[in-house]
Design a protein around this ligand. Structure first.
Ligand code: ATP
Length: 362
């Protein structure tokens, strides 16, 4: 018996001449919460639809629990589905909506009642069974859709942007709930989203897609701290990304200038990185040194710049610092430290640890 719930083997999909998914390989083990994350049009939904059976791959194979699904219709794949437009039946009560899939399968009345009760408990909607969808908030309706999908106990739940119709506060609350529900049920979730915060908050693993291919996959912390390309560095979180000019090796460091004629910067690395073209530094890894603070005595990069703008983000301030022509970086500072800031237009000194400078291939 395969411990993988889902496997995509060299899967490609074209619509006419347009290639939408290109040679994607994925392995999703049982019980994992996996997000497929990427910008609009990168092929996320098409990938999910192929797993669901709504689209057939043009090339490659899709396996569910080790078995090829070629020509297996959606209803025989034992998958649950939750979409953005959760389309509850308005003339049915919550319990009838949740029971719908089970009734279609011919499940007995007592088993259906037990499954409906269990599913409503899982989504914290006990006591709502006899209400109609119009008597529920948007978040409650989405939880009914979730209960409807999990009631038949599918081994895998496919979710396509299920929270995008909800307002921000509710979306944030639902992220936590969804993760808790997934853990409690020990069910495999494959979750499509273009929202990187959503993916970071819930996933065991994120698959970042771009132009139909997998740009990178890994644990959220790994994708955030070790992006492999400027696309991933830019798409996940905030980043300063610069082209590298004239790289050279200095013992265990790669030394280069930021763009042509920019300041010299060192990153930890070896000769294998000499061909790479970009570097990135997360704003939180750039430290503003206080006047008189000793920036020397270690191997940190010290950069002089001019404070150009301070943007209030609530708990944090974003500082925009100009290092040279067309070379502006952003860093963040806790708002409680605002008193330490010099006036806009003054010179500031910044420190970056070479370990925090990521070298990117593309
Ligand atoms: P979004 O976040 O906007 O939903 P996505 O990453 O889910 O985007 P897909 O819906 O998979 O992207 O679409 C990928 C590309 O394939 C898009 O350019 C889309 O126009 C195209 N596409 C999707 N379905 C079809 C179809 N049935 N016929 C032709 N082109 C299609």
């Amino acid at each position: 018996m395969s411990t993988l719930d889902i496997e995509l083997v060299s899967v490609s999909k074209s619509f006419g001449p347009v290639s939408v998914v290109k040679d994607v390989n994925l392995q999703i083990p049982k019980g994992e919460f996996v997000s497929i994350l990427g910008p609009s049009g990168c092929g996320k939904t098409t990938t999910l639809n192929m797993i669901a059976g709504f689209n057939e791959p043009s090339l490659g194979d899709i396996r569910i629990r080790g078995k090829s699904q070629v020509r297996v219709p959606p209803e025989r794949r034992n998958l649950g589905l939750v979409f953005q437009n959760y389309a509850l039946f308005p003339h049915m009560t919550v319990a009838e909506n949740v029971a719908f899939g089970l009734r279609m399968r011919g499940t007995s009345k007592s088993d259906t009642e037990a499954a409906v009760d269990g599913a409503l408990r899982s989504v914290h909607l006990e006591g709502f069974a006899s209400r109609y969808p119009r008597q529920l908030s948007g978040g409650q309706q989405q939880r009914v859709a979730l209960a409807r999908a999990i009631a038949p106990r599918p081994s895998v739940l496919l979710l396509d942007e299920p929270l995008s119709n909800l307002d921000l506060k509710l979306r944030e609350a639902m992220r936590v709930e969804l993760k808790e529900i997934q853990e409690a049920l020990a069910m495999t979730f494959v979750y499509v989203t273009h929202d990187q915060e959503e993916a970071m908050a819930m996933s065991d693993r994120i698959i970042v897609m771009w132009h139909g291919s997998v740009a990178q996959e890994g644990a959220p912390s790994e994708i955030y701290s070790q992006p492999k390309s400027s696309f991933v560095a830019d798409f996940i979180g905030r980043s300063n990304i610069w082209p590298i000019a004239e790289p050279s090796l200095k013992s265990s460091y790669l030394e280069f200038s930021l763009g042509a004629g920019g300041p010299l910067v060192r990153a930890k690395g070896d000769g294998s990185l000499l061909e790479n073209r970009f570097c990135c530094v997360r704003p939180e890894n750039i430290k503003l040194l206080s006047p008189g603070e000793d920036g020397g005595g270690d191997d940190r990069n010290l950069l002089w710049g001019t404070l150009r703008r301070v943007v209030n983000l609530g708990a944090h301030l974003e500082l925009r610092v100009e290092l040279g022509p067309d070379l502006v970086l952003s860093t963040i500072l806790r708002s409680s430290l605002a008193g330490l800031l010099p006036p806009v237009g003054d010179t500031v000194l910044l420190a970056i640890d070479p370990d925090d400078v990521r070298i990117l291939a593309s």
